[in-house]
Design a protein around this ligand. Structure first.
Ligand code: FE2
Ligand code: FE2
Length: 318
């Protein structure tokens, strides 16, 4: 979420001050008329990214239906996909109140203008990748939307996320169940899970955006659109994921630092994925280099969105 523009100064006009004071005191906004233009802009940007991420899961998960090894797996993937469609519908419906045309946003907008995240832009999901996608990716998404539900000062949006988060948590649990199961299937499968985790883990770590020393989002935090910074959300993700991995015997490049009392990565962000070998290079690069990789996107991004707009909706999805 930190890929957007650099944080700007919050205007100090009287209406702004009054609004910020109300929000600081714990008030929620129930109507658009209560917003200042700046608040509205920050809120809509946040909601738009969240909505686009839900859409991007459709082309991502769609391929996994074909790879599902059993009828139960197939039903479970299709069910998660239906959840994601519901999440997208809730979010785009809410954006209609801010003047957006849902149909145009989903089906007619140039795929280049969707705000997807790198983690969602690699397709052809094997059953192991489905499990890791839930464990790593839905976990990251859940932490982000849970923060919005708990903290967002726009009441209707916060409340609309209750069901979304209930379902996201279910996806995470399913990921844990699947990976625990695969890790008990002998050395060959364990090795395969480890190889795919090596790919997924850094994608999950960078889901939360640039580190706070480089870019914080004081506008989102001042307005209490969200409650935690990028690094704080990343820390929650590490707190949940790293102990689970240790428990099932998966190695990940992060550990608990007992001096600092927090989980830390064993490498310094940002790092780049080699898109030819699909392997991570753990040498630290600059943020502009990383931003360029995110901007270019993964192989599924544009073809996946174009396909979703032309083939995948409605009957053809199943
Ligand atoms: Fe979702
Ligand atoms: Fe999900």
């Amino acid at each position: 979420m930190a890929q957007a523009s650099l944080a700007r100064e919050i205007p100090e006009e009287a209406t702004e001050v009054a609004l910020q004071t109300r929000i600081k005191a714990g008030a929620t906004l129930e109507d658009i008329s209560e917003m200042t233009p700046r608040y509205r802009e920050v809120l809509v940007a946040t909601m738009s990214i969240a909505a686009d991420l839900e859409i991007m899961t459709l082309p991502l998960d769609y391929d996994a239906i074909a790879f599902a090894p059993t009828i139960n797996d197939r039903i479970a993937v299709a069910s998660a996909l239906q959840d994601e469609m519901g999440h997208a519908q809730v979010m785009f419906r809410m954006l209609e109140d801010f003047g957006f045309d849902s149909y145009h946003q989903v089906f007619e907008r140039d795929p280049k203008n969707f705000k997807s995240f790198f983690l969602l832009e690699f397709g052809n999901l094997s059953p192991i990748d489905v499990g890791l996608g839930h464990l790593v990716g839905d976990q990251a998404g859940y932490i982000t939307t849970r923060d919005l539900e708990e903290n967002c000062s726009f009441g209707p949006y916060s409340r609309s996320l209750r069901k979304v988060n209930f379902e996201e948590n279910f996806h995470v649990k399913r990921g844990e169940y699947m990976i625990r199961h695969y890790m008990q299937q002998g050395p060959e499968i364990r090795k395969r899970v480890q190889e795919r985790m090596d790919f997924w883990f850094p994608l999950g770590a960078e889901w939360f955006g640039a580190t706070d020393d480089v870019k914080s989002r004081p506008d989102q935090l001042h307005y209490k659109i969200r409650g935690s910074s990028n690094d704080q959300l990343r820390q929650i993700w590490l707190q949940r994921l790293v102990p689970f991995c240790e428990q099932v015997g998966l190695k990940v490049p992060a550990h608990f630092d007992s001096e600092k009392g927090i989980y830390v990565l064993d490498y310094q962000m940002p790092i780049l994925l080699n898109l030819e070998t699909m392997k991570w290079d753990f040498r630290t690069v600059t943020w502009p280099e990383k931003l360029a990789q995110w901007k270019k996107g993964g192989p599924l991004k544009l073809p996946g969105l174009s396909r979703m707009q032309t083939e995948l909706w409605g009957q053809d999805l199943w």
